[in-house]
Design a binder for this molecule. Structure first.
Ligand code: FE
Length: 295
């Protein structure tokens, strides 16, 4: 045995022992947000309130400019994190502190809103496909009023690994095969993987047993689970049960999905639009701070 193999063993168990099953399959609801942007809300809707620590998951996908051109003009956030992952199209981000950035295909913005930001997210294109996800990740009570922080990650800064034949994984957050994604210092220790499977391929992905998680298929279809597996088609979210890994297999067509997990907070959640706190009183304060221009 080589020294390298010995060193790697403790922190990255290569082989999961207990496989997660899909507890339930949820399909998103068409809705609109911002200035009339059409999207599908998968988490944060009547059929699936949250998967602690994940408060919301939206998929936006349209090649019709009228569905996205209005964008998300200036609006506030407090008490949680927004994670934007672009698959296609360009989105311009700007905030009231003078921060600005362009989200391009394959890029990620992990924004920790903390005590408050006021920002806009606007398409930087007048036609063509706009496709991606926005995930809301809750902050623990102790971090809800933290200083806002951005992690803007360019496509080339996201490592890609091939953990099995015919399978490629972009590692946005968390680790697989000893490769760790660029997102760092997040309280819920998230795993965010973008997985691509060729027809007939299979992969077993380790996931921390402490985390809750889900798989969302955004292209093709896949079997998720070992022993008993669930068949997920495009637009299906599979909420995962307990275990230290998940097995994913493609059928006779390619499949693409995101696999996301995080440590549950198990704290009270008080939500009012873009403010997510622990108590109603903190929500009232957030609204007052926003109205008084304290963001
Ligand atoms: Fe926003």
């Amino acid at each position: 045995m080589t020294a390298t193999a010995t060193q790697r063993a403790p922190t990255h168990p290569a082989t999961p022992q207990t496989f997660r099953q899909v507890q339930r399959i949820v399909r998103g609801r068409p809705t609109s947000d911002g200035a009339g942007v059409k999207l599908t809300r998968v988490i944060g809707q009547p059929g699936l309130d949250m998967i602690d620590p994940f408060l919301m998951l939206d998929e936006f996908r349209s090649d019709s400019a009228g569905d996205y051109i209005g964008g998300f003009p200036e609006h506030p956030h407090r008490g949680f994190e927004t994670v934007t992952y672009m698959l296609a199209g360009r989105m311009r981000h700007g905030d009231n502190q003078g921060n600005s950035g362009l989200l391009t295909p394959g890029s990620v913005q992990w924004m920790t809103a903390g005590r408050g930001i006021l920002h806009s997210e606007m398409p930087e294109q007048e036609n063509g496909l706009m496709w991606g996800f926005q995930l809301w990740v809750n902050l623990p009570a102790k971090d809800k009023m933290t200083t806002p922080r951005y992690q803007d990650i360019a496509p080339e800064a996201i490592p890609e690994v091939a953990p099995a034949a015919g399978v490629t994984v972009r590692v946005i957050a968390g680790s697989i095969d000893g490769v760790t994604g660029p997102v760092s210092g997040i309280a819920t220790e998230p795993v965010y993987l973008d997985i691509r499977l060729q027809p007939g391929s299979t992969v077993e992905v380790p996931l921390p047993a402490t985390h809750s998680g889900f798989a969302y298929v955004y292209e093709g279809q896949a079997q998720v689970g070992k022993g008993t597996s669930a068949h997920l088609v495009r637009g299906d979210l599979g909420a995962l049960g307990t275990g230290d890994g998940v097995r994913i297999a493609a059928g006779d067509a390619p499949a693409r999905l995101i696999l996301v997990a995080g440590k549950p907070l198990n704290e009270p959640v008080a939500k009012y639009g873009p403010f997510v706190m622990n108590t109603q009183q903190q929500i009232v304060e957030a609204v007052e701070d926003f109205r008084a221009g304290r963001f």
